[in-house]
Design a protein around this ligand. Structure first.
Ligand code: PEP
Ligand code: CO
Length: 455
């Protein structure tokens, strides 16, 4: 095929590997370069886990959310593990996301875009490359995509084969989610499918039941009046997202679609850049600049107006609607001073963005016994500030980003059941950040619905 301007990649100075010319943080060091090369070559040949028209659909929905017409709910584990790739846990994660989206739909009166932190959330940034215990220093655990959490030299050795195992787990997860959604699991006509059991004894039971009844009544009423079934109520998909951290994994799953004349990362719908790897001249920004997916960037309290304006220009020079999602994670104590100048600075660029609040990552602390936790009240406080600040500045907070699980874990304190520091040891499972349990997650959705109505 002749190369014409219509089939050239949209960015001539970019390629899926151009990031290798930039400083790449948080990448593992593999001992066996030949094995790594083999794995990356194999990953590049395997079929994609998502397709470009789904990615484009999500981009259109994000563009709609930027106009205030939709709301984005993004949530899931801090890090998925290969061991947790099993039907019960995946189904429970979908159930809690569905229950939350139902509460948000009811409260906000807007369609909710459902995005899971799943099917690829296997690599983690770490504050140090190594960890030392009793005089022994080993590589840090960087997620199941890279190595294993056990503190032995064998388990901590980065293993290229794990990239293939991660791709397979991601595909298995998405395959199951797609089948569930196709089978009617997410159908708003049947919220009873999402019963997590706890509703029977939860302090939130009555509120949740009333809300489900009210949505069922509204659907019945509309369908009886119009003679049409509300189609979107049964078919709305889940989208996948993960942190685009391990750049060889992302590069290998980046494909050029000649018909669209564009590159797509087809390992996920919505990749995001973590706060630790968001440097303007860094490898992660370089990689994400050239793909057509919508891209998220975490924005933390150390990022000033110039930096965030630079990200807008580099990641969305064409000012394309739906392309850029800014996920601020300031912490309850910083948001009041740090967020307003950034909202103004982004507005001054004219680059359209979807603002999303992650009230988890700025509110991590350690208990006296050394467990990482987050306090429910701080999470609510950051959300409350976020809604108010955006409203005061005439901006729109169009989504929320949570670390949560469909399990009854004890990792974050507070909430309707009043979990205290002393309760955390009962069922603390996370290897990385503390997640909301299902009850705390549902309660937060109820708080958000109330906050959004009030602003
Ligand atoms: C995360 O989302 O798990 C994460 C590491 O976030 P951040 O980059 O915002 O610290
Ligand atoms: Co995390």
């Amino acid at each position: 095929m002749a190369v014409t301007s219509s089939n050239l990649p949209s960015q001539p100075d970019w390629s899926p590997a151009s990031w290798t010319l930039r400083p790449a943080e948080q990448q593992p060091t593999y001992r066996d370069a030949a094995a790594l090369e083999r794995v990356v070559a194999e990953l590049s040949r395997l079929p994609p886990t998502v397709v470009s028209w789904e990615v484009d659909d999500l981009k259109r929905q994000i563009a709609d959310a930027q106009q205030g017409r939709r709301f984005l709910l993004q949530g899931g584990d801090c890090a998925e593990t290969f061991a947790d790739c099993e039907s019960g846990q995946i189904a429970r994660k979908l159930k809690i996301l569905l229950q939350m989206s139902l509460v948000l739909l009811h409260g906000l009166k807007k369609p909710v875009i459902r995005v899971g932190r799943f099917a690829g959330q296997y690599a983690k940034p770490r504050s140090a490359d190594t960890e030392t215990r009793d005089g022994l220093t080993l590589p840090s655990y960087r997620g199941d995509l890279v190595n294993r959490p056990g503190f032995t030299a064998a388990e901590r050795e980065p293993d290229p084969e794990l990239l293939l195992r991660g791709y397979e787990r991601a595909a298995l997860t998405l395959n199951f989610i797609r089948a569930l959604v196709d089978g009617g699991f997410a159908d708003l006509h049947h919220p009873e499918y999402w019963d997590l059991g706890f509703v029977h004894h939860s302090p939130l039971r009555d509120q949740y039941r009333q809300l489900v009844a009210s949505i069922s009544d509204s659907l019945d009423f509309y369908e009886a009046m119009s003679g049409n079934r509300v189609h979107e109520a049964s078919r709305a998909p889940f989208y996948a997202s993960h942190e685009a951290l391990h750049l060889l994994y992302e590069q290998a799953q980046t494909r050029f679609l000649p018909r669209r004349s564009r590159w797509y990362n087809l390992s996920t719908h919505l990749p995001w850049i973590g706060m630790r790897t968001a440097k303007l001249d860094g490898a992660h920004v370089e990689y994400c600049r050239g793909i057509s997916n919508p891209v998220g960037v975490k924005v933390g309290p150390s990022m000033g107006a110039d930096w965030v304006q630079g990200l807008c220009e580099v990641l969305n020079p064409e000012r394309e609607p739906g392309r850029l999602v800014l996920i601020h994670r300031m912490g309850a104590g910083h948001i009041e001073s740090k967020l307003p100048p950034l909202i103004d600075a982004v507005r001054a660029t004219g680059v359209p963005v979807l603002w999303v609040c992650d009230p988890m990552h700025g509110n991590t602390e350690s208990t006296r016994s050394g467990l990482k936790t987050r306090r429910f009240d701080n999470i609510v406080s950051e959300l409350e500030s976020a809604f108010r600040i955006h409203a005061q500045l005439g901006s729109y907070l169009g989504g929320v980003h949570f670390e949560l699980t469909g399990e009854d874990v004890t990792e974050c304190t507070g909430g309707a059941r009043g979990l205290a520091d002393g309760d955390l040891a009962r069922d603390y499972r996370s290897q990385v950040d503390p997640r909301l349990n299902y009850e705390q997650a549902l309660e937060l959705a109820m708080r958000i619905a109330a906050l959004a109505r009030a602003t």
